[in-house]
Design a protein around this ligand. Structure first.
Ligand code: KG4
Ligand code: ZN
Length: 337
């Protein structure tokens, strides 16, 4: 008998609900994006995000259940992201998930948001085997995670300052490209020269698998400032392409190093920045030289969505890792096995 999980995701600025069968088949994945609402502020405003989640959450869940064709009575569990994320935003999803689990007498599953991003790869047709190396690059996180089995996470490295997506968003904002900045930089970089500016790459200690993007960000902002001071036209495409290349080089080099060190045969990309075309192609090319396969989700499954939460929740359920109704939001939750 197939297991049907209803999942809810409200950790940042997307209100999403999904129904997934056996952690693999997406029956419905509704996403109400708040991007237009936050655009004018140049980034996500937490209080506004929470309020909009409250308005969106019930219709989004109703639409997911209706579109899945699955009766509420046929569900096997209710899953929800309980961290990391914005606390007010997380609490909206959590409250409805608890109410549904209680009312329908279903198990409740609290899912780590980073784990959910990784499990978006299990929604792709490619079979994944362990050990698996995962590069999670989103607006809030940049992490290298080794998985030796389902839900067994070993954090090998993380960013010491800005997340990769955060750096994309901040540079895009400074270039006047709008929010979210990642897709805008990805687009405009295609018309630019990635060697036009030699921006710094932070490799930290020789063996370090940690990341740092704040020095790169400052350096790019200084270059933009110099053009403006001289009253010269800012070469948007060249700066975007060179900045993107600097981020991609560090991500690719460190992922390659970790893949070889831990002798993995498969790597998966996850998080919003996994939608970046330069990152996908450069990482694929580099890993192929070692016979290592790269997996990445479809763009819609890279950014925040509830299908990935349901995919991870399937394995939580299999392992009996259900949560009590006292489950709380943990805004700074780290990924661990
Ligand atoms: O995973 P996500 O939806 O939210 C978080 O959990 O943070 O990721 C959003 C981030 C934003 O910073 C956005 O600019 C970035 O992913 N992003 C991209 C691309 N698409 C989204 N960054 C670079 N290239 C893209 N194509
Ligand atoms: Zn995310």
């Amino acid at each position: 008998m197939a297991k049907y999980i209803l999942a809810i995701e409200t950790s940042c600025d997307e209100t999403s609900a999904a129904v997934v069968a056996d952690g693999k088949t997406v029956l419905a994945n509704e996403i109400a994006s708040q991007v237009d609402l936050h655009k004018i502020y140049g980034g996500v405003v937490p209080e506004i995000a929470s309020r909009r989640h409250i308005q969106n959450i019930v219709p989004v869940v109703e639409a997911a259940v209706y579109n899945s064709g699955i009766e509420l009575q046929s569900l096997d569990a209710v899953a929800v992201t309980n961290g990391p994320g914005l606390v007010g935003a997380l609490l909206v999803g959590l409250s409805l998930a608890k109410a549904l689990a209680f009312g329908l007498h279903l198990p409740l599953i609290g899912v780590n948001h980073i784990a959910a991003h990784i499990y978006a790869n299990f929604l792709t047709p490619r079979e994944l085997t362990f050990p698996l190396l995962c590069l999670v690059v989103s607006g809030g996180h940049t992490e290298l995670v080794l998985m030796r089995g389902h839900l067994q996470f070993e954090r090998l490295g993380h960013t010491l300052d800005d997340a990769a997506g955060e750096a994309f968003d901040k540079i895009a904002r400074r270039l006047g490209l709008g929010y979210p900045g990642g897709p805008a930089i990805d687009r405009i970089a295609r018309q630019g020269d990635s060697c036009a500016f030699d921006f710094p790459r932070a490799y930290l200690d020789e063996d370090s698998l940690d990341f740092s993007f704040s020095g790169l960000k400052s350096s790019v902002i200084n270059v933009i400032h110099r053009f403006e001071q001289k009253g010269e036209r800012v070469p948007l495409a060249d700066i975007a392409a060179s900045f993107q290349q600097a981020v991609v080089d560090v991500l690719v080099d460190k992922t390659e190093k970790a893949a070889l060190k831990y002798r993995v045969k498969q790597v998966c990309l996850a998080g919003g920045v996994a939608a970046n075309s330069a990152l996908r192609s450069h990482l694929q090319h580099r890993l192929l030289q070692h016979g290592i396969a790269l997996s990445y989700p479809a763009p819609i499954l890279c950014t925040d969505n509830a299908a990935m939460v349901a995919a991870a929740a399937y394995y939580y359920l299999q392992q009996g890792r259900t949560a009590p109704l006292s489950l709380n939001a943990i805004p700074g939750q780290v990924i661990c096995g």
